[in-house]
Design a protein around this ligand. Structure first.
Ligand code: ADP
Ligand code: MG
Length: 551
């Protein structure tokens, strides 16, 4: 066996290991099954590549993206390592070359696309080759409930069972549930687990409520002209409109989403990788496998779906270790959209509950008045001693405002109207606005009518958003987003608990009185909601359920 340290410099050209790499490499070289969780950019590839070179035989690497495999094979070959990839993009000549290198015992790393594993002949090939180890990159793709699920990854466990070789798995996704799923699906018994620190001190963390999302995005990007950045969007349509808007403001931009042709996607990836100062407006389809060290910022133009997703996406910024910025914009419509996506998914109920819980955790992070970095790390089980001093909430510690009474008023408006209305109508009710619907329903006769006149409409919107964010109120997707109380709201309603919300958010809203009612919603969001609404109406019709559209 070659000395890992020597290989580190002779093959990879690095003078030292990154934190965690050395421990992982030595466990892998000792033949143990390993699950390594390291942040994006932490240097996971080396943790299987180096042991592959240090030992006899072939290592099979399973990786979800062809582009990623190709890049790694190219880099390995340039470093003089015999490596190859069998994917749908491999032509016959190349495959022949790989097979003969395998038969001659020369090949050290064989990358395989997951869909290749189930193919006829693959098992026979692997039996002949007798790999030393199967290394599974982006191992969270085996999790059936994650957004990167790749059904073919399930084949890995079956192959491992038949081949009986060492397995190692690598991911940046850290939540306990996904971790447990990886262990049960890939390993015969509990592997050695390495969990490396999640703090990325060079990343600045900022969350802002949406007041005028497009202007907020433009302000941010305009102030960073010439820097490379990613703007994550919740829908394909939005990647295109935002890319256009940024382009009109004189930035060099590209849209990217899974609906684009493979060629166009590859072209976008290559341009982003090579050009300076390009901004990619993308869905979450963009990023896995992007290895650009100098991404200076990541903006979430819409709320991500969980802290895991958030962390992985912001983690693409500042891999060179230099300061990089992140900005996350979120509004009540994002919350409604995310809840609707969860409720409309085909997952079983307990999974939907878990997903609501994950979204709640993210919203808690969004609204935290305390050190945001600590809140983020706490989610991953890390408990730093001190506040970081560098995130938005540390720089400007938000004051708290006792919102118990406002929350109680909101809850009673919800209850008195039969938990059948969205925030728009409820806010009108609280503010004593006699709309036609109000009169039709006789809601202007309710004792709650007009009890919330002391707050503006914008302030009530903030309160409702925070109540939704804290999961006291939850939009019911089967009833057009009608808000209902969750169990968590009961103690507050009974006066057994109090509620403090961020004062700055309320004051900001008080200043923003001129904001048009739909300014909180972007056109594409509105279109998306209209589509959801229409679909629900059609579903209700089909099921002969009386459908009344409320929001
Ligand atoms: P991950 O898969 O964990 O996201 P990668 O394996 O793609 O991370 O590595 C991220 C970057 O760090 C790559 O550019 C890689 O070359 C570099 N890198 C990895 N290990 C080291 C090291 N020990 N010293 C310096 N750079 C490293
Ligand atoms: Mg990687």
């Amino acid at each position: 066996m070659s000395e890992p340290r020597a290989l580190l410099s002779s093959v990879f050209g690095f003078d030292s290991f990154r934190p965690g790499q050395e421990e992982i490499v030595s466990a892998v070289c000792a033949g143990r099954d390993v699950l390594a969780i390291m942040p994006t950019g932490g240097g996971k590839s080396l943790c299987y590549q180096l042991p592959a070179l240090a030992r006899e035989g072939v290592t099979v690497v399973v990786s979800p993206l062809i582009a990623l495999m190709r890049d790694q094979v190219r880099a390995l070959r340039e470093a003089g390592v015999s490596a190859g990839a069998l994917t749908s993009a491999t032509d016959e000549a190349e495959a022949e070359e790989i097979f003969s290198a395998l038969d001659a015992g020369r090949l050290k790393l064989l990358y395989m696309a997951p869909e290749r594993l189930a193919r006829a002949g693959t098992e026979a090939l692997l039996r002949r080759v007798r790999p030393t180890m199967i290394a599974v990159d982006e191992a969270h793709c085996v999790s059936q409930w994650g957004h990167d699920f790749r059904p073919d990854y399930l084949e890995i466990g079956r192959l491992r069972e038949r081949l009986g070789c060492q397995v190692t798995a690598f991911t940046a996704t850290a939540d306990a549930e996904t971790r447990a799923e990886i262990v049960t699906r890939l390993f015969p018994e509990t592997p050695e687990v390495f969990l490396r620190g999640f703090d990325r001190p060079n990343l600045d963390l900022v969350f802002r409520p949406k007041d005028n999302p497009r202007a907020q995005l433009l302000d941010f990007v305009n102030a960073r002209r010439g820097q490379s950045g990613i703007v994550y969007c919740a829908s394909r349509a939005r990647t295109e409109t935002l890319a256009r808007a940024l382009g009109e403001a004189g930035h060099s931009t590209l849209a990217y989403h899974a609906g684009m042709e493979a060629d166009a996607r590859r072209h976008a990836e290559t341009r982003f990788q090579r050009e300076d100062g390009l901004i990619v407006c993308a869905t979450v389809a963009f990023g896995m496998g992007i290895d650009k060290p100098d991404i200076r910022y990541v903006v979430h133009a819409d709320l991500p779906k969980s802290i895991e997703a958030y962390y992985q996406e912001i983690g693409r910024a500042g891999r060179d270790g230099l300061p990089a910025e992140t900005l996350t914009l979120f509004g009540a419509d994002d919350i409604r959209l995310r809840r609707a996506q969860i409720d409309e998914s085909l997952a079983p109920d307990e999974r939907k509950e878990a997903d609501h819980g994950r979204l709640n955790a993210l919203l808690g992070l969004a609204e935290t008045p305390h050190c945001r970095r600590r809140a983020l790390l706490a989610y991953f089980g890390e408990t730093p001693e001190d506040d970081c001093g560098g995130c938005d909430t540390c720089r400007e510690r938000p004051e708290l405002h006792d919102a118990t009474e406002a929350a109680q008023k909101a809850f009673s408006a919800v209850l008195r109207t039969g938990q059948s209305f969205g925030s728009g109508h409820l806010i009108d009710l609280l503010r004593g606005v006699r709309t036609e619907r109000m009169r039709e329903r006789g809601h202007d006769e309710l004792p709650t009518f007009g009890v919330g006149k002391d707050l503006s409409k914008a302030q009530w919107q903030v309160i409702f958003r925070q109540l939704m964010g804290l999961d006291y109120l939850r939009p019911d997707v089967t009833r057009h987003g009608a808000l209902r109380l969750t169990e968590a709201a009961r103690p507050l309603l009974r006066g057994e608990a109090g509620l403090e919300l961020r004062r700055d958010r309320l004051e900001g809203a008080a200043r923003a009185v001129t904001v048009a009612p739909r300014a909180l919603v972007d056109e594409e969001d509105a279109a998306l909601f209209a589509a959801l609404k229409a679909r629900r109406r059609a579903l209700a019709e089909a099921a002969k359920v009386p459908a009344y559209v409320i929001f």
